[in-house]
Design a protein around this ligand. Structure first.
Ligand code: HEM
Length: 109
């Protein structure tokens, strides 16, 4: 159930809030495509999303689903560039660039 707050409606689930006592964020794996190899969701993009990312964001979309990530790609890229998502530490420029490349190369029908 969405919870109304004074700033609007927050649809985050209780598990979306990382514990302050949680161990430091583990960096996601980055596998860059070989020269000439297109950026693929399963090979390059999905491994960027940790299990905690997927769990935290399940109220909005499934980060391990190509379809969901493609559908919300602009909002996701916006947050990644801002550095406000993931909530526990921004991605490196290399990771953000790879995701942006997948949007232009990999999501085209
Ligand atoms: C790469 C990983 C992540 C991406 C791409 C991502 C992306 C996003 C996006 C696009 C939104 C806006 C959704 C909407 O308004 O419908 C959002 C909201 C949110 N995310 Fe994430 N997220 C990630 C990881 C996380 C993690 C690790 C946490 C918490 C530990 C988290 C917690 C939240 C919460 C609480 C909101 C709702 C409040 C807000 O809009 O700031 N997310 N995220």
């Amino acid at each position: 159930m969405p919870v109304p707050q004074w700033w609007g409606v927050c649809e985050a689930k209780p598990g979306s809030r990382a514990s302050a006592l949680a161990p430091p964020a583990r960096p996601a794996r980055v596998r860059l495509p070989a020269p000439g190899e297109p950026v693929g969701f399963a090979d390059h993009v999905k491994p960027l999303f940790r299990e905690v990312d997927r769990k935290s964001m399940s109220f909005a979309f499934d980060l391990w689903s190509r379809e969901d990530v493609a559908q919300h790609a602009d909002a996701i890229l916006h947050r990644l560039r801002q550095g406000t998502m993931p909530c526990d530490g921004a991605w490196s420029a290399e990771q953000v660039d790879l995701f942006a490349r997948w949007i232009t190369e990999g999501t085209a029908p």
